[in-house]
Design a protein around this ligand. Structure first.
Ligand code: SAM
Length: 263
């Protein structure tokens, strides 16, 4: 049975063995460790990951690929006690429940069309995840790693990712490493959830709201962008200049805005 890659599921399958091996080496797993892979597709990363001896859970949404995987790997599915195939939507998945343990790595060549919401979803399990290694569109990795002053690359994804994780861009992957080739360059990134968060935030929902509102109107001054959440005097009292813009603010400054009134 030949599978026709589906655009709606972001299916660009890895075919370059050197790149596949580099990704698996970066994941750096082995016996006694649990790995959850998002979107195994046709198994490009799955098989070499399994060969490392780790316990592996894979989460795939495409029913046809799941069926194909079962047909092609009957021995794997019946005889291995360390391989588990979950037919599920990663955007709704409870990764702790899937992993079945309190310490695991989360990895995958992510479907690019849902990568940002998926990354936000993974932060819910930051306490159980020791590391995440993802393939993403190059620009998404650049956004995750950007700092205040980096212009429009710096945004909500940068602030929230760096609040929860240490961001380590690893290496780039050209379009020719996939079939079909995507129109964009890709990058591998390692995210290591912080054991101790880098800044103190009293109310994470408020922090998220402030960051979202500030970048939702990123060309406006904070005075205007945060109008519904803080007035000018409060922004000043939090130690921030109301005429500044979101892309000039560091993580610490966003935390100061969010903590104002909740101290
Ligand atoms: N890991 C394979 C590889 O590297 O060749 C496939 C990667 S492909 C970029 C993305 C995979 O994620 C596809 O298998 C796709 O069906 C799957 N996928 C897309 N959306 C998903 C979702 N919401 N939940 C789980 N899997 C999803």
């Amino acid at each position: 049975m030949k599978h026709k890659p589906r655009k709606r599921f972001g299916q660009n399958f890895l075919v370059d063995q050197t790149i596949i091996q580099r990704i698996v080496d970066s994941i750096n797993t082995g016996p006694g460790q649990t790995v959850v892979e998002i979107g195994p597709g046709q198994g490009a990363l799955t098989m070499p990951l399994l060969a490392t001896g780790c316990d592996l859970h894979v989460v795939e949404i495409d029913r046809d690929l799941v069926t194909q995987f079962r047909l092609n790997n009957p021995v794997l599915l019946h005889d291995e006690h360390r391989f588990f195939l979950h037919e599920a939507d990663a955007l709704r998945a409870d990764f702790r429940e899937i992993a079945g343990v309190d310490n695991f790595k989360l990895v995958g060549n992510l479907p690019y069309n849902i990568s940002t919401p998926l990354i936000f979803h993974t932060f819910n399990w930051r306490k159980q995840i020791s590391e995440m290694i993802f393939m993403l569109q190059k620009e998404v990795v650049e956004r995750m790693a950007a700092s205040a002053g980096d212009g429009k690359t710096y945004g909500r994804l940068s602030v929230m990712t760096q609040y929860y994780c240490k961001v380590e861009p690893l290496f780039m992957v050209p379009p020719g490493a996939f079939f079909p080739s995507p129109k964009v360059e890709s990058s591998i990134v390692r995210l290591i959830p912080h054991q101790t968060l880098p800044v103190k935030v009293n109310d994470e929902d408020r922090f998220d709201k402030i960051v979202k509102a500030a970048f939702g109107m990123r060309r406006k001054t904070l005075r205007n962008a945060l109008k519904l959440l803080l007035d000018s005097d409060e922004i000043v009292a939090a130690g921030i200049e109301p005429s500044s813009r979101a892309e000039q603010l560091t993580l610490e400054e966003f935390a100061a805005l969010a903590n104002y009134q909740t101290q």
